[in-house]
Design a binder for this molecule. Structure first.
Ligand code: NAI
Length: 232
């Protein structure tokens, strides 16, 4: 996001859990001012509590926000801007992780949900925040996945959304770059987070396959991805 994040206003989606939470906690420790958002109110409260302490914490805010609902996104972003006046960085992290299923088993509802959260959600948040971004100097970090590069049987819809995130983000970079707003993509491998648990812990074989799919031979952690995200 930036070399110095102290005092920067950062909007995070998907901050109630996993990678979003890990990144919020890391950014809090660096002195950033956080607008943490998620559809999960209880998880959001837990993340907010983890970001307590330090002079920056009195400026943090938390907002229940469904990224797939553009009216909700617009309202929440307006609240954030009313409080801070601007946004320096956005961490577009909200997402629904894959459920391994064949195309024949995949329902239209599953397709619509993944597209509306993983892809349209990023569009909604991006469109609502662009007018309020610090320019030059602002930045977006958009979370794709290893599934945005490498196809995997049984995850066609998830793959489509994460390939889509990469195309969307590259176009964002071309459009926003001339304004001095950077756009970067983080594409994690297999990370041990709550919603990945269904696949990760489903069978010992599945976990072993994921561990072996990462260069380090272990599952990644939310903190690993937080470290990458804040340095881009
Ligand atoms: P997670 O389930 O722990 O966190 C995802 C968060 O997104 C949750 O707090 C959830 O409530 C929130 N969310 C879901 N639908 C939402 C909506 N409509 N509006 C707002 N928030 C919503 O999962 P994790 O693993 O931390 O995932 C974070 C991002 O990282 C996702 O985009 C995921 O696809 C991506 N990712 C995860 C990998 C993994 O192995 N865990 C690997 C590659 C990418």
């Amino acid at each position: 996001m930036s070399s110095s994040l102290s005092g920067k206003v950062i909007l995070l989606t998907g901050a109630a859990s996993g990678i979003g939470r890990g990144t919020a906690v890391k950014l809090h420790g660096l002195g950033a001012i956080l607008a943490i958002t998620d559809i999960n109110e209880a998880g959001l409260a837990e993340t907010f509590a983890l970001c307590a302490g330090g002079s920056n914490s009195e400026h943090h805010t938390s907002h229940v926000l469904d990224v797939s609902n553009s009216a909700n996104v617009n309202n929440r972003v307006a609240q954030v801007v009313a409080k801070y006046g601007h946004i320096d960085h956005v961490f577009n992290c909200a997402g629904v992780n894959p459920t391994s299923m064949s195309l024949i088993e995949t329902s239209e509802a599953h397709f619509d949900k993944l597209i509306s959260v993983n892809l349209k959600g990023m569009f909604n948040v991006t469109k609502a925040t662009i007018p309020h971004m610090t320019a030059p100097g602002g930045s977006y970090v958009n979370v794709s996945s290893i599934s945005g590069w490498n196809p995997d049987a049984g995850t066609a819809v998830y793959c489509a959304t994460k390939f889509g995130v990469i195309g969307f983000s590259k176009c964002m970079a071309l459009e926003l770059g001339p304004k001095g707003i950077r756009v970067n993509i983080v594409a994690p491998g297999y990370i041990d987070t709550p919603t990945n648990a269904g696949i990760v812990r489903g069978t010992p074989e599945a976990r072993q396959r994921m561990e072996q799919g990462n260069a380090l031979g272990r599952m990644g952690t939310p903190e690993d991805i937080a470290g990458v995200s804040i340095s881009t």
